[in-house]
Design a protein around this ligand. Sequence first.
Ligand code: TIU
Length: 222
Amino acid sequence: MNYVDAKPYAYPLPENLNQLALVIIDMQRDFMEPGGFGDALGNDVLRLQAIVPTLKDLLSTFRQLQLPVVHTLECHAPDLSDCPPSKQERGKGSLKIGDEGPMGRILVKGEPGNGIIPELEPIAGEIVIYKPGKGAFYNTPLSELLQEKGITHLLLTGVTTEVCVQTTMREANDRGYECLMVEDCTESYFPEFKQATLEMVTAQGGIVGWTAPAAAIKAALV
Ligand code: TIU
């Protein structure tokens, strides 16, 4: 068996690497660029850019090895029928979900701001999940798609660490997936929350899973 050098202990890779998926959470303009949802909530969005080169490199390793890739997008239907009023009201941002912003309607599917950043744009054959919640399993076909492909191991990346990435990792952990959060491929608007998340998922003997840097994963894969 092959292992990734990880915290709190070595992460066992599946015998068949096709059971391992790279999950890229919400690397969309809404969170990464000025004028989107993240900005409207008062965050310094440009600090998320730091992970893009490392994540792009890990994605290209997965593509070279022809291993499964999942992209997610946080978004809502244009009529907001899948957005609970509690979510729309939350945060008291300058622009709310559904409002017209500089990149189109905030967090609405198909709007320019809702697109994945060009560096990480999905290619044919990769799974794309449109999710109305913070977690990627809630109200999406993700479970069924992973089961269909026999995927058992997930590498979690993307933004933001303590919101959509951690929620998805916890949902996946409860569903029996072996989860590892990639330390330098996830970022938060709050560095201390990223650090706390990495520590809390690996605490108690890896109560939610593992963490490791992208280099450790690449070393185990290639
Ligand atoms: N605001 C924030 O940190 N995150 C979100 O609203 N969604 C995701 O994390 N994708």
